[in-house]
Design a protein around this ligand. Structure first.
Ligand code: CP
Ligand code: NVA
Length: 307
């Protein structure tokens, strides 16, 4: 049985197999076909933080594949002291075929997976967002026809999304540059792990966006203040001044360069309307792909249940 707690749980071949399934299932969805590959299977989602895309993409994926989905906020699931995480994990996993968790601490997901009798999927923690990064590279492959060598320039916070993108780019031989103000780099422990596991990874962190954006195939950004960091919003707004992805910044890029954002976006803060709604943007293709990727991932995990 396999989990997806972080991208360290999957190999390059695993990722390419998930992309292949997601692509096939997307083609079938577009043709109006919904093969019941997960008939009567139960997907349970337990979230400590809000969500539109992650929750709905997994719910839709389960329904399209003939399964069912149920959702709990963490209070209703009993995570605020009603019972121990151990007992919740034992019970919820024994009554489900998959569990998707969205948490503050990554530790909560790791512990849940340790005690779970079914696959556990990280639907975002403070440190990682693997389903987002998988969707993003799937979208890049779909758009450019290849991944190898495509340079992703992430302008913004070295947060959960940037971390998962860095891990997946390293795994799939994509150069990645994080452009951020000092102090907002990816956690050094994660960078060390990434370099030790993928010594040939082309990963850079810089404060200078000009040369990075000129060579970018993808410019990516995310919110400056993530869920759980609301108290830091004013400081972050000041610190990220000059790091907005706007028309001036995108004008430095090649015409073939595409703009991506995991959404939700704070329009007017990390990105302008002109960029997000502009010709280079593929953000809504990216958002729709959350569901196709979720379908590929669920089917892939289901097929590995007994292995
Ligand atoms: N991108 C993403 O995970 O969106 P939600 O927070 O709406 O799930
Ligand atoms: N970095 C953002 C991603 C939201 C999908 C957050 O954690 O709030």
């Amino acid at each position: 049985m396999r989990h997806l707690t972080t991208l360290m749980d999957v190999s390059r071949d695993d990722v390419l197999a998930i992309f292949q399934l997601a692509a096939e299932l997307k083609t079938q969805t577009r043709a109006g076909e919904r093969p019941p590959l997960l008939q009567h299977k139960v997907l349970t989602q337990i979230f400590e933080k809000p969500s539109l895309r992650t929750r709905l993409s997994f719910e839709s994926a389960a329904v399209h594949l003939g399964g069912q989905s149920s959702f709990f906020n963490s209070r209703d699931a009993g995570m605020h002291g009603r019972e121990s995480l151990h007992d919740i994990a034992k019970v919820a996993s024994s009554l489900s075929d998959f569990v998707v968790l969205r948490t503050y601490s990554q530790e909560t997901i790791n512990d849940f997976a340790k005690w779970s009798s079914c696959p556990v999927i990280n639907g975002l923690s403070d440190d990682h967002h693997p389903c987002q990064a998988l969707t993003d590279l799937f979208t890049i492959q779909e758009h450019f026809g290849k991944l190898d060598g495509q340079h992703l320039v992430f302008v913004g916070d070295g947060n959960n999304v940037a971390t998962s993108l860095a891990m997946l780019c390293a795994q799939l031989s994509m150069p990645m540059t994080l452009v951020c103000p000092p102090g907002y780099e990816i956690k050094p422990s994660i960078v060390r792990e990434l370099i030790s596991r993928f010594p040939s990874a082309e990963f850079k962190q810089t404060q200078n966006y000009r040369s990075a954006v000129k060579n970018a195939d993808i410019v990516y950004t995310d919110v400056w203040t993530s869920m759980g960091q609301e108290d830091e919003a004013d400081v972050r707004k000041k610190d990220f001044n000059g790091f907005q992805v706007n028309e001036e910044l995108m004008a430095l890029s090649k015409p073939s360069c595409r703009f991506m954002h995991d959404l939700p976006a704070r329009r007017g803060q990390e990105v302008t309307d002109g960029v997000i709604d502009g010709e280079q943007s593929i953000v809504f293709q990216q958002a729709e792909n959350r569901m196709h990727l979720a379908k590929g991932l669920l089917v892939w995990l289901d097929r590995r249940r007994l292995k």
